[in-house]
Design a protein. Structure first.
Length: 269
């Protein structure tokens, strides 16, 4: 009986040690790999392994993440997926499960140039076979349209300067309650209007709010609106401005996902 208990104890201890070794192996983090924008990378995945990559926000424009997950042998392939997570400063912006033979793209994002961002992949394989090849391809793709917003423009003091007749574009990050500020300085005395269009194409009825400001802190109540994807066009009331007078525009509160827009201002009668 004593020998049996001794063997049992030894077995329990051995199993605990083995579990600890496995857990340690699974949770031991590799140094994150620094990746370049617009370059495709490939990861040969293994069950239970995490992959972490670092990259920097582009100097201008926006970016999104493209992924493709494949398995060499399709048997039990339906039990495999990859979880993709994109974070900044521990805040999570994208979290999605990518199925086998599935291609996926994140939303468009815009951040202050040079900010360090993290992309993680967690391979979820319920029927893992070392004979199969689990392959993930991914890249961070940049988009740099003309007159795109420049972050950090989240406050009136950091508002992007805009001119009449030009069309400006921007993206609101829903996850961090992003706000985009713009300021217009009248080149001539007269009346002006500003126009904002919701250009989102998410299929999720992305919306945001627009406000005009007579100064950094004085709201122009008559010039505010909520714009919803698919029907979001706004034309402000006429705004009387003397030469050199500034007028501010604030776009914020994207919901329930990231939203894109364009903005222009022009002189009217």
């Amino acid at each position: 009986m004593k020998n049996a208990f001794g063997k049992l104890s030894t077995g329990i201890i051995s199993a605990a040690m083995a579990a600890a070794i496995i857990l340690s192996a699974k949770t031991s983090a590799k140094a994150a790999q620094q990746i370049e924008l617009n370059k495709e990378y490939s990861a040969d995945l293994g069950a239970g392994l995490d992959y972490e990559y670092k990259f920097k926000a582009p100097d201008s424009g926006s970016f999104h993440i493209e992924t493709e997950f494949t398995v060499s042998d399709k048997e039990n392939a339906n039990y495999c997926s990859v979880r993709a997570k994109f974070t900044k400063d521990e805040n999570e912006y994208w979290n999605e499960y990518i199925k086998v033979d599935g291609k996926s793209a994140s939303s468009e994002y815009s951040f202050k140039p040079g900010q360090e961002l993290t992309l993680k992949f967690d391979c979820v394989i319920y029927a893992y076979s070392p004979k199969k090849k689990y392959d993930l391809k991914f890249k961070v793709v940049t988009d740099n349209p003309q007159n795109f917003e420049t972050e950090d423009n989240n406050t009136a003091s950091r508002a992007n300067k805009i001119k009449a007749k030009k069309v400006y574009k921007g993206i609101l990050n829903a996850e961090d309650e992003d706000a985009d500020w713009y300021v217009f300085k009248a080149p001539k005395t007269g009346k002006y209007r500003f126009y904002v269009n919701n250009t989102s194409n998410t299929g999720r009825s992305a919306s945001f709010q627009v406000y005009g400001y007579k100064s950094k802190k004085k709201l122009d109540a008559k010039n505010s609106a909520t714009l919803i994807e698919g029907c979001g066009n706004f034309k402000s009331k006429k705004i009387s401005l003397k030469k050199g007078k500034k007028y501010y525009i604030k776009i914020e509160k994207a919901h329930p996902c990231n939203a894109s827009y364009d903005l222009k201002i022009k002189k009217v009668k």
